[in-house]
Design a protein around this ligand. Structure first.
Ligand code: NAD
Ligand code: UDX
Length: 464
């Protein structure tokens, strides 16, 4: 079966970049990315390609090449579903904020709405691809909804979880470690659907990196991969606290441990805590699933990864207060970085949000600079916590356009995101503009201690 038309529901951090790369690599396939968010779709269609809603290195060039050739962004969801042979569902699956499973389970309401819309609109057979990260066995629920609409359409459900990381999305999509496709491989129709998706990726991914499994393995592998990655960060962060007490240096420990080929060197960088829209949500979901099967030891084991991460964020913030003579009330703290990692404008679950909240509770004044995050996003992140009023957030927090402006007359600087440009700052100029003693807290192990101490900073870094 040759796919000619693709529809992707959800024009977010996954749907946008993934479809842009498929469109670039498969010019013979027409791809329409749809979303209920009109503003987002308008931004994807902005004449000035620099205004697309997601910042990812290399993305705007690809969008510029493929847009209006075989890549389209639209709010007409029905039309795109109707036309498509293959429909990717790439909508958000956040942690539930209400009802059963509140704070743990994935909220599947957006997924279900997509399924019902497909069921209502589809007039001919469709392959439906789960691109969103979903709890294991969600495909069954999708199939139940789709199969019970009585309009005689045959659906094949595939699971094709996305492993891209933000900040490197384009590179990850162009050269993935593997592509995972789960399908009903015991039936010829299922096998044909899997092959149709394999054929798309085979345009640029070597076939030995395209892995096919049953649907449940594919769904569960995604949660497992994120749990393992986050676990490594929490493991090294646990060691960072021990390093600070013992004179060991977490970077040196990380190199020594990572050179063991059985362990490997990636994801062993100690930090102020992992953030992002995926790790916490997916582990909480895993914990919830394990609990729902009565597997309490399994649930507790993975929950510890989150507990450690919360501890790391809190520990970083409380160390600032302790070091500044046990009070930050009325003191100006400069934040360098707000995004959850460098090279993205995404701030979801960023450690900076929680560090700020802690310091604001201690009545600090915070001045923030991030090269890619806009002020309105920063205020929205703080307002969302509901810890204080919107007016108080705007009174206590200022957002500025340069690192130098943020640091002027500050009591302390906290580095929260590892943007490359922070390494190149004129740190002597920053030191001179600050109140003395000038404290510098490096939450990312980005800066060199020796040179900063030589300038005169009181320097604190995670893990040494
Ligand atoms: P996102 O919030 O950036 O985008 C989701 C989009 O779906 C939104 O624009 C929203 O308006 C739209 N949407 C929701 N319901 C809709 C509906 N019924 N019809 C049409 N549009 C609808 O989310 P994201 O970061 O792209 O993540 C999407 C999924 O991919 C999640 O399940 C996530 O866990 C998974 N994932 C994310 C990443 C990542 O790095 N962000 C990586 C791998 C997997
Ligand atoms: C993650 C997964 O890596 C990706 O495969 C999945 O598809 C989505 O979730 P993402 O959240 O975009 O991707 O970024 P990632 O690079 O994994 O970083 C997550 C967080 O961990 C960031 O806050 C990052 O700063 C932190 N991190 C990562 C560390 O603190 N130390 C490390 O060594 C690696």
């Amino acid at each position: 079966m040759k796919i000619k038309n693709i529809c992707c529901i959800g024009a977010g951090y996954v749907g946008g970049p993934t479809m842009a790369v498929i469109a670039q690599k498969c010019p013979e396939i027409d791809i329409t990315v749809v979303d209920i968010n009109e503003k987002r779709i308008a931004a994807w269609n902005d004449e000035n390609v620099d205004n697309i809603p997601i910042y990812e290195p290399g993305l705007s060039e690809i969008v510029e090449e493929a847009r209006d050739r075989n890549l389209f962004f639209s709010t007409d969801i029905d039309a795109a579903i109707d036309k498509a042979d293959m429909i990717f569902i790439s909508v958000n699956t956040p942690t539930k904020t209400y009802g059963i499973g509140k704070g743990m389970a994935a909220d599947l309401k957006y997924i279900e709405l997509c399924a019902r819309q497909i069921a209502r609109v589809a007039k001919d057979d469709k392959i439906v691809v789960e691109k969103s990260t979903l709890p294991v066995r969600t495909a069954q629920a999708l199939k139940d909804i789709l199969d019970n609409t009585g309009n005689g359409v045959n659906y094949q459900i595939l699971s094709n979880p996305e492993f891209l990381a933000e900040g490197t999305a384009v590179d990850d999509l162009m050269d993935p470690d593997r592509v995972l496709i789960g399908g009903d491989i015991d039936t010829s129709e299922g096998e044909e659907a899997v092959q149709a998706l394999v054929d798309i990726y085979a345009h640029w991914v070597p076939e030995d990196r395209i892995l096919t499994t049953n649907v449940w393995s594919s769904e569960l592998s995604k949660l497992t991969a994120n749990a393992f990655l986050a676990q490594r960060v929490s493991s090294i962060n646990a060691m960072s606290e021990l390093c600070e007490k013992t004179g060991a240096d977490v970077n040196e420990v990380s190199i020594a441990v990572g050179m063991d080929s059985r362990i490997g060197s990636k994801f062993l960088k100690s930090s102020v805590g992992f953030g992002g829209s995926c790790f916490q949500k997916d582990i909480l979901n895993l914990v919830y699933i394990a609990k729902s099967f009565g597997l309490n030891e399994v649930a507790d084991y993975w929950e510890q990864v989150i507990i450690m991460n919360d501890h790391q964020k809190k520990r970083f913030a409380s160390n600032i207060v302790k070091t500044l003579y046990n009070t930050v009330s009325g003191k100006k703290i400069a934040f360098l970085g707000w995004a959850f990692k460098k090279d993205t404008n995404d701030t979801r679950e960023s450690a900076a949000i929680y560090v700020a909240d802690y310091l604001l509770n201690e009545q600090a004044e915070i001045v923030i600079y991030d090269p890619k995050v806009r002020a309105e996003q920063i205020y929205a992140d703080l307002d969302y916590l509901n810890t204080r009023t919107e007016e108080e957030n705007r009174k206590q927090v200022k957002v500025v356009n340069s690192a130098y402006e943020a640091c002027e007359e500050a009591h302390a600087v906290a580095l929260l995101t590892e943007w490359d440009e922070f390494k190149e700052l004129d740190w002597k100029k920053i030191y001179e503009s600050m109140l003395k003693p000038a404290f510098l807290f490096d939450g990312r192990r980005l800066l060199e201690r020796k040179t900063k101490e030589k300038i005169g900073f009181e320097f604190y870094a995670i893990g040494s």
